[in-house]
Design a protein around this ligand. Structure first.
Ligand SMILES: [Zn+2]
Length: 201
């Protein structure tokens, strides 16, 4: 089982923080930059419609609202993805909760992968999104949405990017500089590109 960590930094962040932990002799994952602007994680979810999403404990009503707005933003993005709110962690493909830590991150997403590999691509077993209440509790709904939509992008298979896209790893640049709260054309094109890989649905 592999796990990858994707962290979105609030401050001083320029570079991807990405750790690959390997167990069972499977080599570290590397992502191959595509010719397009988007960057792919080389993972894909089990399905694109009705993705089962479990909401655990979320610290504030604004954080919950912002997260759900991020979900809606992807549903309305044109990428052909949709979500079903699920009642338990059992069978959930994406989980979300808040944590609180002085780690400089707005959020972290842990992606657990199946052991099935196709030309370097792996299917996601589940993705665990954790929003850092300590660093986002002062945010309004729109900025939480920007964070949430970014983390959901990881869950869908998108890696970090720069500029006016939801996958910009720098949360301040993404929201304050570029005003991005929804998946942009490049983000959507990234998801569409994943769909043709390795029998991904
Ligand atoms: Zn990220």
């Amino acid at each position: 089982m592999l796990a990858r960590w994707f962290q979105s930094r609030t401050r001083f962040a320029r570079f991807i923080i990405l750790l690959a932990v390997t167990i069972g002799g499977i080599g570290p994952l590397t992502h191959v930059p595509s010719a397009q602007a988007y960057v792919l994680e080389n993972v894909y979810p089990a399905q694109w419609t009705g993705i089962r999403l479990y909401e655990g404990s979320i610290a504030t009503a604004i954080e919950k609202q912002g997260f759900e707005s991020g979900v809606t933003a992807w549903t309305n993005s044109g990428a052909g993805v949709s979500f079903t709110y699920w009642g338990s962690t059992s069978g959930a493909e994406i989980t979300v909760k808040t944590y609180s830590a002085n780690d400089g991150n707005e959020a972290v997403t842990y992606i657990n992968l199946t052991s099935t590999i196709c030309n370097g691509w792996q299917q996601t077993n589940n993705a665990a999104i954790q929003l850092n209440d300590l660093n986002i509790q002062s945010y309004g709904v729109g900025r939480v949405q920007s964070v949430a939509a970014h983390e959901l992008g990881h869950a869908l298979g998108l890696d970090h990017n720069t500029g006016a896209v939801i996958m910009n790893t720098d949360g301040k640049a993404r929201y304050v500089t570029y005003g991005v709260t929804t998946p942009q054309t490049d983000d959507v094109n990234g998801v569409k590109a994943i769909k043709s890989r390795c029998g991904a649905p």
